[in-house]
Write a protein that binds this ligand. Structure first.
Ligand SMILES: C[S@@+](CC[C@H](N)C(=O)[O-])C[C@H]1O[C@@H](n2cnc3c(N)ncnc32)[C@H](O)[C@@H]1O
Ligand SMILES: [Zn+2]
Ligand SMILES: [Zn+2]
Ligand SMILES: [Zn+2]
Ligand SMILES: [Zn+2]
Ligand SMILES: [Zn+2]
Length: 1012
C-alpha cells in the first residue's frame, strides 16, 4: 500500500461520522432551533448539531469518538482553539456560531447583506441587561404623531370591544384580524366581487375541560356529564350551536351534558335546576371539538360544538350553507386554483387582475373577523406564567398584589381570548389608522422602491400587481412598522440598535398581508409568516397580526424581541441537550473567539490567514432564491443601515453574482456549476495543504449533485467520503434517487495530490479497486461500525457511493476508458451507483464478464431486452435510482410509447436502431473514432455504450452484411460480446439466428479468441 499522504494527519471525519446519533439529535432540533438561531427568520436553516459534529470531526484526529467530544467543554481544547475556519456561504450563520463555540477563529462570508447582518447580530457580544433596558426604552419612547409611548401608540391601533364585558369600551386587544381577498367576476355582465373563501372555518380547536362524569340527577335519576368549565372560543351563548348527536366530547359518545361552574345546573333530561351527585371522586378532563364559523350571508361569527355536518345553519340569519364552500356567494376552488362566481363563471384570480385592474391596483380585501384578548375576562390567568418573565410583560402589575379577576365568565377558561365578527367600530379604527398613515407617511421611514423583476417576484408579486414592496402591507401595518422603525433608529448605542433592528426584521415576516392563520396543524392558532413558503405566493385569506403584540399573540415585535434576548442569553450560556444512551447530556460552550464577517461574493476571497478548515453549506441550484426573497427584509433594513454600511447602500440585494439557477435572470445550471467551482478554487487557494473542505449539500436532484461534485473536483479537491444525514422516517427512505427523497449529504474533501493525476489511470482498473473498497466498507458496516441498529439501505448506498468516489476523484481528469477517452464524472457516477446497487442487493443477474459494462447497457440487459413495451413505473424500478429514465431515452434504447393510457415506453429493437448506430460508429475500417473525429464525435453522437456495439453487430448480422471488420474493431470487447450473445439468446428466441452468426464468426477467427 502506498502512503502518498505521509505528512498529513488523518482527521476523525475522514473515517467516520456518527450518522445515527446526529440524525437522532437533528430531528428534534429542526422542529425547535436553538434560541440563537431563532433570533431571525432565515431560509432552510440547518440543524446546528450537524455542524458541531462536523467541526469536531474535522479538528480532532482520526479515531476520536465524536459523540464523546460532542458534550465536552472545549474552552481550552488545543485541537479547536484558534483554528481558522472559513465559511464562504454562511447564510444564517450555523457554521460561524458553532465554530465560535469551539473557540475557533472564524471567517464568514455571504454575498447577501441580510445574511451578513443576521450573523453579525448573532455573534456580536452585548450586555443583556443593557439590551433589555434598550427595549424598554424603546417601548416608552414618545411617538411624535401620537404624543404617547411607542407601546401604547402601536397597541391602540388594534383595540376592540370585548364581546363579554366591554360594551361601549374598546379596551380589548385585537390579536389577529382576518381578511379575505375578493376576485372580480370576469364576466362583463356580472363583475361581482367573489370573496375567495374555500371554506368558512375560522378556527378549530379542542380545549380540554373539567367535568363530573355521569353525575346523577336527584330529580329524574338520570345521569349526564356535568361540565364545570366552559368549552368555548366565543363569548355569546346565542351564537353557540351544538351537534345534536355528538357534542359531549372525545370518548363521550352521545352522552347528554350541561355546563355550570357550580350548582345548580339545569338537568338535560328533566330540565330542572338541580345539584347533581358526582359518581367519581374528582372531576375528570375531556376534549371538546369546537369550530368557529363565518356565515357567508350575514357575516356572523359563530361556534359549532362537535363535528360540523356538511351543511350548517347560521344561528343569526338562519341561512343554510355548506361549510366547505357556498355557490350562492361564490368561492375559491383551491384545488383548481380558480374562483367560482355565483353567476357560474369560473376563472383564475390572475385573469380577474388582468381584466379589471390598473397596473398597480390590488384586488379588494376586507376584514371579516377578529381574535381578541380581554385581560379583564382572562382574569388572573396573567399570573399563570409567573417567573417566566416576558420582556414587555406588565412588570409593574405583576409586582403588585395578585390581580383578582373582576368576574369569572365564559372566556376566563380560554385566557380571555375570543373570536368575534368585525364591527363598525373595528372598521372605523382601521380607517383612522389609514388616515393617520396618509397624514404621517412623508415623515416616516418605509420602503418606496419597486419590486425588481425576478423568478419569484414576477409570478408571486408582479403578476398580481404588487409593484412596490410597501404594497405587501396594509396602511395600518405601515403606520405601526414605520413608527417602530423610526424609534428604533432613535437608539444611540449602535450595537443595541442593531439588535432591536433584528427583532424588527423578524417581525416583518409576520406583519404583512401575505401571512396566514394556522387553523388545524400542530401550530394551530398561530400566525404563519410570508416565508413559511419560499416564495411570494399571494394569499386568498390573510391574517393580520397585532404589530406590537399582546400577551397571547405569536410572532409580533414583542415576541421577536423576546427571541433576540433569549438568543443573546444562549450565546453567553448555551446548551445542547440530548438523550444519549438513556442519559441527558449537554454541551455548554459559549459563543466566543474571533470573527470576521464579510458581505461580498466568495468568488474572490480577501482572506489573509491561511485557513485550517473550510466548513460550509453551498447554495443548491435553484432551491431557494435567497437574493430575491431577502429583498423583502433588505428594503426595510437599508432605511437604517444604508449610510452606515456600503453593502446596504444599493436599492436591492446583489443579484448578478449570486450562485444559483435562475431562468429569469438567465442563470443556467452551467452558471451555477461555474460559480461553485470559482468559490471552491478560492477555498483551495487559501486552505492549508493538509486542511479539509467539508460541506453539506441538500440532495434531492441528481443533476445538481453532479454539478456540485464536478465543481469540487475541478477546483482541485478529491472527495474522501460522503455521509448521509436526514431527519425523515426510515420508511420513506427505501428508494434512493429521483423520487424526491431529500438528503443532506456531508462531503469530506482534501486537496488533490497533483502527482496522482499526472499519469492516466484506466477506469476498468479503478473500478476493480473501487469494488474491493466498497466490499470492505460493507463488511465494516455490517460489523457494527454505525452501531447496533442497521442503517437504512439508502444510507448504506450513499456511504458506498462516497467510498467509490474517493478513488475516482483522486485521479480526477486522468481516468480514461479503453479508448483512451476521459471518463466523465456523470458516467463514473452512474456506473458507481450501479455497482453499489449490485453490491447492496447482492444480485448477480449478469454473468461476471458483464459486470463492468456501462449502466444503460446493464439496465437494458437486466430489465429491458426481454420485452417490447414497458410501463414507466417498471422502468423506474429497473433503474433503481441509478439513473433517470431520460438517460435511456437519450441513448436511444427506449422511446415514449404510442398506445394506451398512462406512461409506457417501447423498447427499440436492434433493427430499429440500425441506421443511427451506423452513423454513430461511422466506417468500420476507420480507426477508433475518438482519434479521427476527436471530441466532436462523442459530443454530437453521445457516448458509445456496450449495448450499441451489440445492437450494431446484430443489425449487420440480420441484414446479411459483412461482420468481420466490425468484430475486428470491437475485438477488445470480444469476451463480453460472446457472453452477451449467449445471454441474449436465452431471452430472445427471435434474435437467435443473428446472435448465432456472430458467435460462429467469433469462434472461427483466432483473432477474437484470446484477448485478455
Ligand atoms: C444554503 S445557504 C447557506 C445556509 C446556511 N448554512 C444556514 O444554515 O443558514 C447558501 C448561501 O450562499 C449565499 N451565496 C450565493 N451566492 C454567493 C456568492 N457568490 N458568494 C457568497 N455567498 C453566496 C446565499 O446568499 C446563501 O445565503
Ligand atoms: Zn371582557
Ligand atoms: Zn333530571
Ligand atoms: Zn348568517
Ligand atoms: Zn359572476
Ligand atoms: Zn367576561
Amino acid at each position: 500500500m502506498t502512503t502518498e499522504t505521509t505528512q498529513t494527519t488523518k482527521r476523525a471525519i475522514e473515517e467516520y461520522f456518527p450518522i445515527v446519533e446526529i440524525n437522532r439529535l437533528a430531528v428534534p432540533e429542526r422542529n425547535a432551533f436553538k434560541p440563537i438561531y431563532q433570533m431571525h427568520k432565515w431560509f432552510a436553516r440547518r440543524a446546528s448539531c450537524v455542524f458541531r459534529a462536523i467541526l469536531l470531526g474535522a479538528m480532532k484526529p482520526a479515531g476520536t469518538d465524536i459523540m464523546e467530544e460532542f458534550y465536552k467543554d472545549h474552552t481550552n481544547d488545543p485541537d479547536t482553539k484558534g483554528k481558522v475556519i472559513l465559511d464562504p456561504f454562511m447564510g444564517g450563520g450555523t457554521t460561524v456560531v458553532e465554530a465560535l463555540r469551539l473557540g475557533c477563529k472564524v471567517i464568514g462570508i455571504d454575498l447577501n447583506p441580510v445574511a451578513w447582518f443576521i450573523v453579525k447580530t448573532e455573534v456580536e457580544p452585548v450586555d443583556i441587561d443593557a439590551l433589555k433596558d434598550a427595549f424598554e426604552r424603546l417601548a416608552n419612547r414618545r411617538v411624535e404623531w401620537s404624543g404617547k409611548s411607542v407601546r401604547e401608540t402601536l397597541l391602540e391601533r388594534y383595540k376592540t370591544e370585548c364581546p363579554c364585558c366591554g360594551a361601549g369600551r374598546e379596551d380589548a386587544d385585537v390579536i389577529y384580524t382576518f381578511w379575505v381577498k375578493s376576485a372580480i367576476c370576469t364576466s362583463p355582465n356580472c363583475k361581482r366581487q367573489v370573496p375567495l373563501f374555500s371554506d368558512y372555518v375560522i378556527s378549530q380547536k379542542s380545549p380540554s375541560i373539567r367535568y363530573w362524569r355521569d353525575a346523577l340527577c336527584p330529580k329524574c335519576g338520570k345521569s349526564f356529564d356535568w361540565e364545570v368549565e366552559p368549552a368555548t372560543l366565543i363569548a355569546e351563548p346565542t351564537l353557540m350551536v351544538n351537534n345534536p348527536l355528538e357534542a359531549a366530547g372525545a370518548g363521550r359518545g352521545n352522552k347528554r351534558w350541561a355546563y355550570a361552574p357550580r350548582p345548580p345546573v339545569r338537568c338535560p333530561w328533566c330540565r330542572q335546576e338541580v345539584t347533581p351527585q358526582p359518581r367519581e371522586p374528582k372531576p375528570l378532563r375531556k376534549k371538546v371539538d369546537l369550530t368557529v364559523l363565518l356565515c357567508p350571508f350575514c357575516e356572523a361569527v359563530w361556534q359549532y360544538r362537535g363535528t360540523p355536518p356538511g351543511r350548517v345553519a347560521c344561528p343569526v340569519c338562519r341561512g343554510e350553507y355548506s361549510v366547505v364552500a357556498e355557490r350562492r356567494v361564490g368561492y375559491y376552488d383551491s384545488k383548481r386554483m380558480k374562483f367560482v362566481c355565483s353567476c357560474g363563471t369560473v376563472a383564475g384570480v390572475l385573469e380577474s387582475v388582468r381584466k379589471w385592474l390598473r397596473e398597480d391596483e390590488l384586488l379588494p380585501i376586507r376584514p371579516y373577523a377578529v381574535e381578541g384578548w380581554c385581560p379583564r375576562c382572562g382574569g388572573d390567568s396573567e399570573d399563570e406564567e409567573e417567573g417566566e418573565e416576558d420582556l414587555f410583560g406588565e412588570k409593574k402589575r405583576r409586582r403588585g398584589k395578585k390581580r383578582e379577576p373582576d368576574h369569572a365568565c365564559l372566556l376566563t377558561k380560554n385566557g380571555g381570548k375570543f373570536f368575534k365578527r368585525i364591527t363598525a367600530l373595528d372598521l372605523a379604527r382601521y380607517q383612522q389608522a389609514c388616515q393617520t398613515w396618509e397624514h404621517e407617511k412623508a415623515r416616516l421611514p418605509y420602503p418606496k422602491s419597486k419590486v425588481p423583476w425576478g423568478e419569484k417576484t414576477k409570478s408571486g408579486l408582479i403578476a398580481h400587481n404588487y409593484r412596490y414592496w410597501h404594497q405587501m402591507f396594509n396602511p395600518r401595518q405601515l403606520l405601526c412598522l414605520s413608527t417602530l422603525l423610526k424609534d428604533i433608529d432613535g437608539e444611540l448605542d449602535e450595537t443595541l440598535k442593531e439588535m432591536m433592528l433584528s427583532a424588527f426584521n423578524t417581525a416583518l415576516n409576520n406583519s404583512n398581508m401575505f401571512s396566514r392563520y394556522h387553523r388545524f396543524s400542530y401550530r394551530e392558532g398561530k400566525i404563519e409568516g410570508v416565508f413559511s413558503r419560499h416564495d411570494f405566493q399571494p394569499k386568498t385569506t390573510i391574517c393580520e397580526g397585532n404589530v406590537w403584540g399582546t400577551k397571547d399573540g405569536y410572532g409580533a415585535f414583542r415576541q421577536c424581541s423576546q427571541k433576540v434576548i433569549e438568543g443573546k442569553e444562549f450565546a453567553v450560556a448555551p446548551s445542547d441537550s440530548g438523550r444519549v444512551e438513556g442519559a441527558r447530556r449537554s454541551a455548554r460552550d459559549p459563543v466566543r473567539g474571533e470573527w470576521e464577517l464579510r458581505a461580498e461574493t466568495a468568488t474572490t476571497l480577501h482572506v489573509i490567514d491561511a485557513v485550517d478548515f473550510v466548513v460550509t453549506d453551498p447554495p443548491y441550484a435553484g432551491n431557494v432564491n435567497y437574493a430575491e426573497l431577502t429583498d423583502f427584509f433588505y428594503v426595510w433594513l437599508r432605511l437604517i443601515l444604508a449610510d452606515k454600511y456600503a453593502s446596504f447602500a444599493p436599492e436591492e440585494t446583489p443579484k448578478a453574482e449570486e450562485i444559483i439557477e435562475n431562468p429569469t435572470r438567465g442563470k443556467t445550471g452551467e452558471d451555477f456549476e461555474q460559480g461553485l467551482t470559482a468559490v471552491f478554487r478560492e477555498c483551495h487557494r487559501v486552505l492549508k495543504d493538509d486542511g479539509l473542505l467539508v460541506f453539506t449539500f441538500h440532495h434531492s436532484e441528481e443533476r445538481a449533485w453532479e454539478a456540485l461534485l464536478r465543481a469540487v473536483c475541478n477546483a482541485g479537491f478529491e472527495i474522501i467520503t460522503v455521509f448521509p444525514i436526514h431527519g425523515e422516517a426510515e420508511t420513506s427512505m427505501h428508494l434512493m434517487g429521483t423520487e424526491g427523497i431529500a438528503y443532506d449529504l456531508i462531503h469530506v474533501c482534501r486537496k488533490r495530490d497533483q502527482q496522482a493525476t499526472i499519469e492516466t489511470r484506466s477506469w476498468a482498473g479503478i473500478r476493480q479497486e473501487v469494488r474491493r473498497n466498497a466490499r470492505q466498507e460493507i463488511e465494516r458496516i455490517e460489523g457494527g461500525r454505525y452501531g447496533r441498529e442497521p442503517l437504512s439501505p439508502a444510507d448504506v448506498r450513499i456511504i458506498l457511493i462516497g467510498k467509490c468516489l474517493e478513488l475516482y476523484s483522486r485521479h480526477y481528469g486522468a481516468v480514461v476508458d479503453h479508448e483512451g477517452k476521459e471518463v466523465e464524472l456523470g458516467t463514473a457516477l452512474e456506473e458507481i451507483r450501479m455497482m453499489v446497487d449490485q453490491l447492496v442487493t447482492r444480485e448477480q443477474p449478469l454473468p461476471p464478464e458483464l459486470q463492468d459494462i456501462d449502466a444503460p447497457s446493464y439496465i437494458y440487459l437486466t430489465a429491458l431486452c426481454g420485452q417490447r413495451e414497458i410501463k414507466g413505473d417498471d422502468v423506474h424500478k429497473a433503474t433503481r435510482g441509478v439513473m433517470e429514465i431520460d438517460v435511456l431515452r437519450n441513448a436511444g434504447l427506449i422511446i415514449k410509447g404510442r398506445t394506451g393510457r398512462g406512461r409506457t415506453y417501447e423498447v427499440r429493437s436492434p433493427r430499429e436502431r440500425y441506421n443511427e448506430l451506423c452513423e454513430k460508429f461511422g466506417d468500420a475500417g476507420a480507426p477508433v473514432q475518438s482519434t479521427l473525429f476527436g471530441e466532436e464525435v462523442s459530443r454530437n453522437r453521445g457516448r458509445v455504450l456496450f449495448i450499441d456495439k451489440m445492437h450494431l453487430l446484430m443489425g449487420i448480422a440480420e441484414g446479411g452484411e459483412n461482420l468481420m471488420p466490425w468484430l475486428q474493431r470491437f475485438r477488445g470487447d470480444a469476451p463480453q460480446i460472446k457472453v452477451a450473445c449467449e445471454y441474449l439468446s436465452e431471452r430472445r428466441r427471435d434474435w437467435v439466428p443473428a446472435l448465432k452468426k456472430i458467435l460462429n464468426l467469433m469462434d472461427l477467427g483466432p483473432l477474437f479468441r484470446s484477448e485478455r
